[in-house]
Design a protein around this ligand. Structure first.
Ligand code: AMP
Ligand code: MN
Ligand code: MN
Ligand code: MN
Length: 280
Protein backbone atom coordinates (compact mmCIF):
# COMPACT_ATOMS: atom_id res chain seq x y z
CA UNK A 1 0.00 0.00 0.00
CA UNK A 2 1.05 3.53 -0.72
CA UNK A 3 0.85 6.51 1.61
CA UNK A 4 2.25 9.77 0.27
CA UNK A 5 1.05 12.15 3.00
CA UNK A 6 1.86 11.65 6.69
CA UNK A 7 2.97 13.68 9.72
CA UNK A 8 5.32 13.10 12.63
CA UNK A 9 6.23 14.95 15.82
CA UNK A 10 8.48 17.16 13.70
CA UNK A 11 5.25 19.06 12.96
CA UNK A 12 1.81 18.31 14.43
CA UNK A 13 1.78 14.50 14.44
CA UNK A 14 1.98 12.36 17.58
CA UNK A 15 4.62 9.83 16.54
CA UNK A 16 8.37 10.17 16.34
CA UNK A 17 9.39 9.67 12.69
CA UNK A 18 10.79 6.17 13.36
CA UNK A 19 7.63 5.14 15.22
CA UNK A 20 5.49 6.44 12.37
CA UNK A 21 7.47 4.26 9.97
CA UNK A 22 6.97 1.18 12.18
CA UNK A 23 3.24 1.90 12.43
CA UNK A 24 2.99 2.33 8.67
CA UNK A 25 4.79 -0.97 8.19
CA UNK A 26 2.32 -2.70 10.55
CA UNK A 27 -0.51 -1.38 8.40
CA UNK A 28 0.94 -2.78 5.21
CA UNK A 29 2.54 0.36 3.79
CA UNK A 30 5.29 -0.41 1.28
CA UNK A 31 5.83 3.14 -0.07
CA UNK A 32 5.77 5.96 2.47
CA UNK A 33 6.30 9.72 2.26
CA UNK A 34 6.83 11.80 5.39
CA UNK A 35 5.33 15.24 4.65
CA UNK A 36 5.55 17.35 7.79
CA UNK A 37 4.32 20.93 7.70
CA UNK A 38 7.06 23.34 6.56
CA UNK A 39 9.92 21.26 7.99
CA UNK A 40 12.43 18.61 6.98
CA UNK A 41 13.43 17.85 10.57
CA UNK A 42 11.94 14.34 10.66
CA UNK A 43 13.28 13.11 7.34
CA UNK A 44 16.67 11.67 8.36
CA UNK A 45 15.18 9.54 11.15
CA UNK A 46 12.29 8.34 8.97
CA UNK A 47 14.62 7.51 6.09
CA UNK A 48 16.79 5.33 8.32
CA UNK A 49 13.78 3.61 9.91
CA UNK A 50 12.32 2.94 6.45
CA UNK A 51 15.60 1.36 5.39
CA UNK A 52 15.49 -0.93 8.42
CA UNK A 53 11.82 -1.78 7.83
CA UNK A 54 12.31 -2.46 4.08
CA UNK A 55 9.88 0.29 3.11
CA UNK A 56 10.45 2.52 0.09
CA UNK A 57 10.81 6.02 1.50
CA UNK A 58 9.90 9.22 -0.33
CA UNK A 59 11.26 12.38 1.32
CA UNK A 60 8.52 14.99 1.40
CA UNK A 61 7.15 18.17 2.90
CA UNK A 62 3.77 19.92 3.13
CA UNK A 63 4.24 23.62 2.48
CA UNK A 64 1.78 26.20 3.78
CA UNK A 65 1.20 28.73 1.01
CA UNK A 66 -0.98 31.72 0.31
CA UNK A 67 -3.21 31.97 -2.72
CA UNK A 68 -5.02 35.28 -2.36
CA UNK A 69 -6.52 35.14 1.10
CA UNK A 70 -6.67 31.33 1.21
CA UNK A 71 -4.01 29.12 2.78
CA UNK A 72 -3.35 26.25 0.37
CA UNK A 73 -1.26 23.20 1.28
CA UNK A 74 1.20 21.97 -1.33
CA UNK A 75 2.91 18.63 -0.80
CA UNK A 76 6.39 18.27 -2.27
CA UNK A 77 7.40 14.67 -3.01
CA UNK A 78 10.87 13.32 -3.68
CA UNK A 79 12.56 16.57 -2.74
CA UNK A 80 16.27 17.03 -2.23
CA UNK A 81 16.41 17.65 1.50
CA UNK A 82 19.83 19.30 1.16
CA UNK A 83 18.51 21.99 -1.19
CA UNK A 84 19.51 25.37 0.25
CA UNK A 85 16.47 27.32 -0.95
CA UNK A 86 14.14 24.72 0.58
CA UNK A 87 16.09 24.68 3.84
CA UNK A 88 15.90 28.48 3.98
CA UNK A 89 12.17 28.39 3.33
CA UNK A 90 11.80 26.06 6.34
CA UNK A 91 13.79 28.48 8.50
CA UNK A 92 11.51 31.31 7.33
CA UNK A 93 8.37 29.29 8.06
CA UNK A 94 9.61 28.37 11.55
CA UNK A 95 10.06 32.10 12.26
CA UNK A 96 6.54 32.82 10.95
CA UNK A 97 5.17 30.09 13.20
CA UNK A 98 6.95 31.52 16.27
CA UNK A 99 5.54 34.99 15.59
CA UNK A 100 2.09 33.61 14.83
CA UNK A 101 2.01 31.52 18.03
CA UNK A 102 2.53 34.69 20.08
CA UNK A 103 -0.24 36.47 18.17
CA UNK A 104 -2.63 33.53 18.59
CA UNK A 105 -1.82 33.51 22.30
CA UNK A 106 -2.65 37.22 22.48
CA UNK A 107 -5.98 36.61 20.71
CA UNK A 108 -6.87 33.95 23.30
CA UNK A 109 -5.78 36.29 26.07
CA UNK A 110 -8.24 38.90 24.80
CA UNK A 111 -10.93 36.20 24.72
CA UNK A 112 -10.28 35.51 28.42
CA UNK A 113 -8.27 32.31 27.87
CA UNK A 114 -4.98 32.95 29.64
CA UNK A 115 -1.48 31.66 28.84
CA UNK A 116 -2.54 29.06 26.29
CA UNK A 117 0.87 29.05 24.62
CA UNK A 118 2.51 28.09 27.94
CA UNK A 119 0.08 25.19 28.12
CA UNK A 120 1.14 24.13 24.61
CA UNK A 121 4.77 24.01 25.75
CA UNK A 122 3.87 22.01 28.87
CA UNK A 123 1.89 19.49 26.82
CA UNK A 124 4.44 19.36 23.99
CA UNK A 125 7.84 20.07 25.56
CA UNK A 126 9.77 19.13 22.40
CA UNK A 127 7.62 21.11 19.97
CA UNK A 128 9.56 23.22 17.48
CA UNK A 129 6.91 24.12 14.92
CA UNK A 130 3.83 25.22 16.82
CA UNK A 131 0.67 24.51 14.88
CA UNK A 132 -2.95 25.47 15.40
CA UNK A 133 -3.43 21.76 16.11
CA UNK A 134 -1.27 22.19 19.26
CA UNK A 135 -3.47 25.05 20.42
CA UNK A 136 -6.52 22.86 19.77
CA UNK A 137 -5.05 20.13 21.98
CA UNK A 138 -4.33 22.67 24.74
CA UNK A 139 -7.95 23.88 24.60
CA UNK A 140 -9.11 20.28 24.83
CA UNK A 141 -6.79 19.64 27.77
CA UNK A 142 -8.24 22.64 29.61
CA UNK A 143 -11.75 21.43 28.94
CA UNK A 144 -12.64 24.58 26.97
CA UNK A 145 -13.78 22.41 24.04
CA UNK A 146 -15.03 18.84 23.73
CA UNK A 147 -12.96 17.92 20.67
CA UNK A 148 -10.48 19.38 18.18
CA UNK A 149 -13.16 20.12 15.61
CA UNK A 150 -14.90 22.38 18.12
CA UNK A 151 -11.58 24.14 18.78
CA UNK A 152 -11.32 24.96 15.07
CA UNK A 153 -14.98 25.85 14.68
CA UNK A 154 -15.10 28.19 17.69
CA UNK A 155 -11.57 29.60 17.82
CA UNK A 156 -8.92 28.56 15.31
CA UNK A 157 -10.64 28.11 11.95
CA UNK A 158 -10.34 30.66 9.14
CA UNK A 159 -13.34 32.74 10.16
CA UNK A 160 -12.97 32.25 13.91
CA UNK A 161 -11.73 34.86 16.45
CA UNK A 162 -8.27 33.40 17.19
CA UNK A 163 -7.38 32.96 13.51
CA UNK A 164 -4.26 34.91 12.58
CA UNK A 165 -3.53 35.32 8.84
CA UNK A 166 0.08 34.42 8.12
CA UNK A 167 2.53 35.60 5.44
CA UNK A 168 3.27 32.16 4.01
CA UNK A 169 5.05 32.04 0.63
CA UNK A 170 2.85 32.57 -2.42
CA UNK A 171 1.51 29.35 -3.97
CA UNK A 172 3.45 29.86 -7.21
CA UNK A 173 6.72 30.46 -5.34
CA UNK A 174 6.24 27.32 -3.23
CA UNK A 175 5.54 25.19 -6.31
CA UNK A 176 8.65 26.55 -7.98
CA UNK A 177 10.69 25.93 -4.83
CA UNK A 178 9.65 22.27 -4.85
CA UNK A 179 10.49 21.99 -8.54
CA UNK A 180 13.92 23.53 -8.02
CA UNK A 181 14.54 21.08 -5.17
CA UNK A 182 13.98 18.25 -7.67
CA UNK A 183 10.51 17.43 -6.34
CA UNK A 184 6.97 17.00 -7.58
CA UNK A 185 4.34 19.45 -6.34
CA UNK A 186 0.99 17.99 -5.28
CA UNK A 187 -2.03 20.16 -4.45
CA UNK A 188 -3.20 18.65 -1.16
CA UNK A 189 -6.78 17.73 -0.13
CA UNK A 190 -8.51 20.12 -2.60
CA UNK A 191 -11.99 19.74 -1.18
CA UNK A 192 -10.90 21.05 2.20
CA UNK A 193 -10.65 24.60 0.88
CA UNK A 194 -14.43 24.79 0.72
CA UNK A 195 -14.74 27.34 -2.08
CA UNK A 196 -18.38 28.17 -2.81
CA UNK A 197 -17.89 28.51 -6.53
CA UNK A 198 -16.52 26.05 -9.10
CA UNK A 199 -14.85 29.09 -10.68
CA UNK A 200 -12.63 29.45 -7.61
CA UNK A 201 -11.50 25.83 -7.95
CA UNK A 202 -10.85 26.37 -11.65
CA UNK A 203 -8.73 29.45 -10.90
CA UNK A 204 -6.80 27.56 -8.20
CA UNK A 205 -6.01 24.60 -10.47
CA UNK A 206 -5.00 26.95 -13.31
CA UNK A 207 -2.63 28.84 -10.99
CA UNK A 208 -1.18 25.58 -9.71
CA UNK A 209 -0.64 24.13 -13.21
CA UNK A 210 0.82 27.42 -14.51
CA UNK A 211 3.29 27.42 -11.61
CA UNK A 212 4.49 23.91 -12.56
CA UNK A 213 2.32 21.79 -10.26
CA UNK A 214 2.14 18.17 -11.41
CA UNK A 215 -0.36 16.29 -9.22
CA UNK A 216 -3.59 16.53 -7.28
CA UNK A 217 -4.24 14.64 -4.06
CA UNK A 218 -7.19 12.62 -5.29
CA UNK A 219 -7.51 10.23 -2.35
CA UNK A 220 -6.97 11.75 1.07
CA UNK A 221 -7.69 10.52 4.57
CA UNK A 222 -8.63 14.12 5.44
CA UNK A 223 -11.47 14.30 2.89
CA UNK A 224 -14.64 12.25 2.97
CA UNK A 225 -14.25 9.23 0.66
CA UNK A 226 -16.86 10.46 -1.86
CA UNK A 227 -14.53 13.36 -2.69
CA UNK A 228 -12.16 11.11 -4.62
CA UNK A 229 -14.51 10.92 -7.62
CA UNK A 230 -14.67 14.72 -7.95
CA UNK A 231 -10.91 15.00 -7.48
CA UNK A 232 -10.26 12.32 -10.11
CA UNK A 233 -12.39 14.27 -12.61
CA UNK A 234 -10.37 17.40 -11.85
CA UNK A 235 -7.07 15.53 -12.20
CA UNK A 236 -8.11 14.38 -15.68
CA UNK A 237 -9.43 17.81 -16.69
CA UNK A 238 -6.24 19.64 -15.70
CA UNK A 239 -3.80 16.93 -16.84
CA UNK A 240 -2.58 16.25 -13.31
CA UNK A 241 -1.30 12.98 -11.89
CA UNK A 242 -3.19 11.58 -8.89
CA UNK A 243 -1.64 11.31 -5.45
CA UNK A 244 -2.87 9.30 -2.50
CA UNK A 245 -2.21 9.83 1.20
CA UNK A 246 -3.77 9.35 4.61
CA UNK A 247 -2.73 12.72 6.12
CA UNK A 248 -2.19 10.63 9.23
CA UNK A 249 -1.29 12.62 12.38
CA UNK A 250 -2.40 10.36 15.20
CA UNK A 251 -4.74 7.45 15.72
CA UNK A 252 -8.11 8.60 14.35
CA UNK A 253 -7.20 12.15 13.42
CA UNK A 254 -8.00 12.68 10.60
CA UNK A 255 -7.25 9.19 9.27
CA UNK A 256 -7.41 6.36 11.83
CA UNK A 257 -4.21 4.69 10.61
CA UNK A 258 -1.65 5.20 7.83
CA UNK A 259 -2.82 4.21 4.33
CA UNK A 260 -6.48 4.38 5.37
CA UNK A 261 -7.47 6.72 2.52
CA UNK A 262 -9.85 5.36 -0.15
CA UNK A 263 -8.32 3.67 -3.21
CA UNK A 264 -7.61 5.82 -6.26
CA UNK A 265 -10.52 5.73 -8.72
CA UNK A 266 -9.96 4.10 -12.11
CA UNK A 267 -8.84 6.23 -15.01
CA UNK A 268 -6.27 8.43 -13.24
CA UNK A 269 -2.50 8.14 -13.50
CA UNK A 270 -0.85 7.67 -10.12
CA UNK A 271 1.95 10.08 -9.24
CA UNK A 272 4.13 7.03 -8.53
CA UNK A 273 4.60 6.86 -12.34
CA UNK A 274 6.51 10.13 -12.15
CA UNK A 275 8.54 8.81 -9.23
CA UNK A 276 9.34 5.50 -10.94
CA UNK A 277 7.77 3.61 -8.05
CA UNK A 278 5.34 0.68 -8.00
CA UNK A 279 1.70 1.83 -8.08
CA UNK A 280 0.30 -0.51 -5.41
P1 AMP B 1 -1.38 25.26 10.95
O1 AMP B 1 -0.50 24.64 9.91
O2 AMP B 1 -0.66 25.60 12.20
O3 AMP B 1 -2.20 26.40 10.42
O4 AMP B 1 -2.40 24.16 11.42
C1 AMP B 1 -3.14 23.42 10.52
C2 AMP B 1 -3.32 22.01 11.05
O5 AMP B 1 -4.40 21.97 11.96
C3 AMP B 1 -3.70 21.06 9.94
O6 AMP B 1 -2.58 20.52 9.35
C4 AMP B 1 -4.49 20.01 10.66
O7 AMP B 1 -3.60 19.09 11.25
C5 AMP B 1 -5.16 20.79 11.76
N1 AMP B 1 -6.52 21.20 11.39
C6 AMP B 1 -6.90 22.14 10.51
N2 AMP B 1 -8.23 22.26 10.47
C7 AMP B 1 -8.71 21.36 11.34
C8 AMP B 1 -10.00 21.01 11.79
N3 AMP B 1 -11.08 21.60 11.30
N4 AMP B 1 -10.10 20.05 12.73
C9 AMP B 1 -9.03 19.45 13.24
N5 AMP B 1 -7.76 19.75 12.86
C10 AMP B 1 -7.60 20.69 11.94
MN1 MN C 1 -1.49 19.01 10.39
MN1 MN D 1 -2.87 19.87 4.94
MN1 MN E 1 -1.12 17.11 6.10
Amino acid sequence: MIDLHTHSKASDGDYAPSDLVSLAREHGVSVLALTDHDTLDGIAQAREAARQNHITFVPGIELSTNWGTTCIHVVGLHIDTENDALKNACIGAAQLRRERAEKINARFQSLGIENLLSEVYVLFPDVINVSRAHFARALLHRGVVKNEQEAFDRYLGTRAPAYVPTGWPELRDAVSLIYRAGGIAVLAHPLRYRFDSPLAYDALFQSFVNAGGKALEVSSGSQVPQCSTQCAAWAKKYGLFASTGSDFHRIFSPSPVPAHQPPLPDGVRCVTELLNLPSS
